[in-house]
Design a protein around this ligand. Structure first.
Ligand SMILES: Cc1ncc(COP(=O)(O)O)c(C=O)c1O
Length: 381
C-alpha cells in the first residue's frame, strides 16, 4: 500500500468491540482481565493503550518499519532513544541540531556518564574520525534546524554500521512523507510529532520507529520503566493529523517554494536557505534521499539583528512563536528562541547569527503570505 492509504488505514481497522470506523479514544487507565494472567492484549495504559497502539502502528508503517513507539513529546522520544545507551558509551552527534536535544545531551546525559562528540556531519570524514571503540550511536538531523543543511543519511548509516553503532535520525523536519531514514540504512528514527505529523499545533507528541525487533524490545522496556507515554486523546489527535500528512506536505512545499522565491527577490534579505533551490549546497543530496524539499525556509536579513527583530514582530499572518509544521505559518528567531540553549559562539559557528529568521510556511494562500512578508520587510529597511 502507498503512503496516503497507510496514513488513513494502517493500525486503523474498524474497532473490534463496536465496529467504530474511527479508532476510539480509549480513555482508560486499566483493562479488566478475564482471569488472573488472562488479559485481552492490554493491561495498563502506561504499558499499552489501543488508541496509542493505532498511532504507533500507523507511524511505523509510514516509516516503512515494523515497530513504532509513541511518546509524550518529541523530547520524551529523544530521551527514550537515548535509553539505548548506558554509562561509558560514546555518541557522535551532528552539531547542527535542535536546541532542546543539545540541552539534554550537554546538561543531563553527561551526568549519567554518556559522552558526546559534536561534528559537522555534512563532512563525512569528521563523522568517521570521531568514532571511538566506545561509540554506540551516531545522531543526526537532516535537513538541519534551522539552517536546512543536508546530511548524507546512507553514508552516516554505513559509518555507524562499520563501527557497530546505531544511526539515529531525527526526521522531524523531513517527515516520513519526504524521507524514510530506515530505508537509507538508519537504525532508529525519531520524531517530534508535535510538528508536521500532528500538523495542527494542537498536540505535543513524539515517536521512535525501528525495524529491529531487539531494539524495539529494549525501547519498549525502557518506555514502560520510565513512563513518558502520551495520553489517549493526544495519541488520537496525532493520528488524526497523520491521516492528512501527504496532502499537507505537498502544499507546505508548494507554499515554501513561493515564499523562498519571493524572499530571494527582496533587497532586505541577504540570503535564503531552501534546499529546493538548485544552487543550495545540499540540493543534490536532498533530491537523492528525499522525495521533496519540505516547508521550511530560513532567511538572513541584510539589516542584521535590528531588521530580523523588526521582521519577526511585524508579520501578521506569520505568528511569532516556537514550533513549526502546523497549518498556520510561524516565524521564529533561532538566536533567542529554538537555539537559545547554544552559546553565542557556537551559534555563530553554525551560521545561526542574530540576522537569521526561520519561517515555517503554513497552508494559507501563498499570495497572502508573500504580501504579509512584504509589508513586514518594508519596515526592515
Ligand atoms: C528537530 C526537533 N526534534 C525534537 C524536538 C522536540 O520536540 P517536542 O517539542 O515535541 O518535545 C523539536 C522541537 O522543536 C525539533 O524541532
Amino acid at each position: 500500500m502507498n503512503f496516503e492509504t497507510l496514513a488513513i488505514h494502517a493500525g486503523q481497522e474498524p474497532d473490534a468491540a463496536t465496529g467504530a470506523t474511527i479508532v476510539p479514544v480509549y480513555q482508560t487507565v486499566t483493562f479488566t482481565q478475564d482471569a488472573i494472567g488472562h488479559d485481552r492484549g492490554f493491561v495498563y495504559s502506561r504499558s499499552g493503550n489501543p488508541t496509542r497502539q493505532a498511532l504507533e502502528t500507523c507511524l511505523a508503517a509510514l516509516e516503512g518499519a515494523r515497530f513504532g513507539l509513541a511518546y509524550a513529546s518529541g523530547m520524551a522520544a529523544v530521551a527514550g532513544a537515548m535509553q539505548l545507551v548506558k554509562a561509558g558509551d560514546h555518541v557522535v552527534v551532528a552539531d547542527d541540531l535542535y536546541g532542546g536535544t543539545y540541552r539534554l545531551f550537554s546538561k543531563i546525559l553527561p551526568g549519567f556518564d554518556v559522552r558526546f562528540t559534536y561534528v559537522d556531519a555534512t563532512r563525512l570524514e569528521e563523522v568517521a574520525k570521531a568514532i571511538t571503540p566506545e561509540t554506540r550511536m551516531v545522531w543526526i538531523e537532516s535537513p538541519t534546524n534551522p539552517m536546512l543543511r543536508l546530511v548524507d543519511v546512507a553514508a552516516c548509516a554505513e559509518i555507524a554500521r562499520r563501527a557497530g553503532a546505531w544511526l539515529v535520525v531525527d526526521n522531524t523536519f523531513a517527515t516520513p512523507f519526504l524521507q524514510n531514514p530506515i530505508a537509507l540504512g538508519a537504525h532508529v528514527v525519531v520524531h517530534s510529532t508535535t510538528k508536521y505529523v500532528g500538523g495542527h499545533s494542537d498536540v505535543i507528541g513524539g515517536a521512535v520507529v525501528v525495524d529491529d525487533e531487539e531494539l524495539a524490545t529494549k525501547l519498549r522496556f525502557a518506555q514502560n520503566a520510565t513512563g513518558g507515554v502520551p495520553g489517549p486523546w493526544d495519541a488520537w489527535l496525532t493520528l488524526r493529523g497523520a491521516k492528512t500528512l501527504a496532502v499537507r506536505m505537498r502544499q507546505h512545499e508548494s507554499n515554501a517554494r513561493r515564499i523562498a522565491e519571493f524572499a530571494r527577490g527582496r533587497r532586505e534579505i541577504a540570503a535564503v536557505h531552501y534546499p529546493g533551490f538548485s544552487d543550495h549546497p545540499g540540493h543534490d543530496l536532498a533530491a537523492k534521499q528525499m522525495r521533496g524539499f519540505g516547508g521550511m525556509v530560513t532567511i538572513e536579513l541584510a539589516g542584521g539583528e535590528a531588521a530580523a527583530r523588526t521582521l519577526c514582530e511585524s508579520t501578521k499572518l506569520f505568528s511569532l512563536g516556537e514550533s513549526l509544521g502546523g497549518v498556520e505559518s510561524l516565524i521564529g528567531y533561532p538566536w533567542l528562541m529554538s537555539h537559545a540553549a547554544f552559546a553565542p559562539e557556537e551559534k555563530r559557528r553554525k551560521g545561526i547569527t542574530e540576522a537569521v529568521v526561520r519561517l515555517s510556511v503554513g497552508l494559507e494562500d501563498a499570495g497572502d503570505l508573500c504580501d504579509d512578508l512584504g509589508q513586514a520587510l518594508a519596515k526592515c529597511r
